[in-house]
Design a binder for this molecule. Structure first.
Ligand SMILES: [Zn+2]
Length: 517
């Protein structure tokens, strides 16, 4: 692959990404994410919009500790009928801790006249004044041409004049924005080519939104046409359908197109972890089907696929998952062959399985899947099943009985009876719902005996009713996600006609897995 020129990377997670519904960064979140991007080697980190909210003000009140990234403050061109140096918003930009400014201005004649309510000539003066003001004292200025592609379609010459004004006034970068996110990659490429021919490509950037699911393709099309900066967000955060997703763009740009970036050595091997860290900060589960970084991006379920991949990964993988810090997963399913079970066992640290044990495990998995169990999403239950066959151990305790009642008038109430070292013990507890009551009653008995259980937390509880299951009538499958003291996450499964019994199985697997030696 021929080595291609350097492409600069601009992250807008903390500004455009903060527009995502339900995403609300604190000042500490912003600092944390800025330092993640700095350690990754992102050139420009847009921290927010000084003056638009108290969080962004507090963020920009303290200087960045970055060593690689430039901290950028976002803002708008001056208001109409105000001199740039007297526009409070532009003054705030200049006074903040940023290393540079990105200001957005109108490039669509329709928007200038109708949204801004100014003449086309006045809009050009607004752009020129604002850029020139921020350029004073050696300011570093990126000009975001808002609705550039819509403007170009409607009135090409005017859209280009807007860029020209910004360049004449000293803008360091001209960024072409597909603000409505509806432009096709071939149009982005053609228009960018025209701009690059006219202004030179060294300082042209692209900013795409994902409204037709093409923001990655559009950003890369602009680079092909000569743009040398990509603006996007991590995990594609952003309002509506999100912004161009740097997590998909970066490995494609580097590994598949051969462009250079200033990312630190081996940074891309941390891509999966950084992507997941950002999800953790905004408190949402990582998208399991996300390209490159999803838990399922390199998961192989079919027996044929799985055994082919185990022999030669390129047979069903477009890239080595290790290059982006992800890993291959061979899922256990009713299609699973010996190769995928053997591989999955070795991922759990279970090596040297005899053929007889392997056959017994496969038979047990198949039989249980027929009853409705699903081990793809329940790794802890899978390992318990395998260990019970390979190396059965005496149970740390046995359950004599359990009972739970629940009524409209009262909290659920549970009673659990166990045998432990020859002694019969029982405990009762109330809970909000039968599963919570059972969990509390059981842990009330076990935690004094096994103190490590104190750190075990139940994260998620999913119930699925399988309407007409193969072997009988309706069945319930319960999956419980846990996190333990070491921040390890794992899941267990239970299946029964009775939701309480299914939950009990998943709870017991959770306890047994936490107590395994
Ligand atoms: Zn945007």
């Amino acid at each position: 692959m021929k080595e291609q020129p350097l492409v600069y990377l601009y992250d807008s997670t903390l500004r455009d990404g903060a527009q995502t519904l339900d995403v609300d960064f604190s000042v500490d979140d912003k600092r944390h994410i800025e330092s993640l991007f700095d350690s990754f080697g992102i050139d420009f980190v847009e921290g927010g919009w000084p003056g638009s909210n108290p969080t962004d003000d507090a963020f920009f009140a303290t200087p960045a500790r970055s060593t690689t990234s430039k901290r950028i403050a976002f803002g708008m061109t001056r208001k109409k009928n105000v001199r740039a140096e007297q526009d409070p918003q532009l003054q705030r930009l200049k006074a903040c801790s940023a290393d540079g400014f990105c200001i957005v201005g109108k490039c669509w004649d329709f928007h200038a006249q109708h949204a801004l309510g100014v003449s086309l000539e006045e809009n050009l003066r607004i752009i020129a004044d604002s850029v020139a003001y921020l350029k004073q004292d050696n300011g570093f200025v990126l000009f975001d041409g808002e609705h550039f592609f819509d403007g170009y379609r409607n009135a090409r010459d005017y859209a280009l004049r807007c860029l020209d004004q910004a360049q004449q006034a000293g803008a360091d970068w001209l960024i072409l924005c597909d603000t409505n996110g509806g432009t096709l990659p071939e149009d982005i490429e053609r228009v960018t080519q025209d701009v690059v021919q006219r202004f030179g490509g060294e300082r042209i950037g692209i900013h795409c939104h994902n409204d037709i699911d093409m923001a990655t393709a559009c950003s890369l099309a602009a680079v092909r046409a000569g743009a040398r900066q990509i603006q996007g967000t991590f995990n594609g955060l952003g309002e509506r359908c999100g912004n161009a997703n740097l997590v998909s763009i970066l490995p494609t740009l580097v590994y598949k197109m051969g462009y250079r970036t200033t990312l630190h050595d081996d940074a891309l091997r941390r891509l999966t972890s950084i992507s997941h860290s950002i999800d953790e900060i905004i408190n949402r589960p990582p998208e399991s089907h996300a390209p490159f970084v999803g838990r399922r991006a390199f998961a192989h379920k079919g027996g044929l696929h799985a055994s082919a991949v185990a022999k030669n990964p390129t047979s069903y993988e477009h890239i080595d998952p290790a290059l982006i810090g992800n890993q291959r997963a061979l899922l256990v399913s009713n299609q699973a062959g010996r190769a995928s079970i053997r591989h999955r066992l070795s991922l759990c640290g279970i090596e040297n399985v005899t053929p007889a044990h392997l056959d017994a495990i496969i038979a047990e998995v198949k039989a249980r899947e027929y009853q409705g169990y699903a081990y793809d999403a329940a790794d802890a239950s899978f390992q318990l099943l395998a260990r019970t066959i390979i190396d059965p151990q005496p149970a740390p305790f046995t359950v004599h009985d359990y009972l739970v009642t629940s009524s409209a008038a009262q909290d659920a109430h549970a009673r659990v009876v166990i045998d432990y070292q020859g002694k019969r013990m029982d405990n009762e507890a109330n809970g909000n719902g039968p599963v919570n009551a059972l969990d509390k009653a059981l842990r009330g008995l076990l935690t004094p005996l096994f103190p490590s259980l104190k750190e075990l937390a139940l994260m998620d509880y999913k119930v699925r009713i399988m309407a007409q299951h193969r072997d009988t009538a309706a069945k319930t499958r319960v999956i419980i996600d846990y996190v333990d003291a070491n921040k390890q996450e794992w899941a267990t499964v239970g299946v029964s006609h009775n939701v309480v019994a299914a939950s009990w199985q998943a709870l017991m697997d959770g306890i047994l897995w936490a107590l395994r030696t």
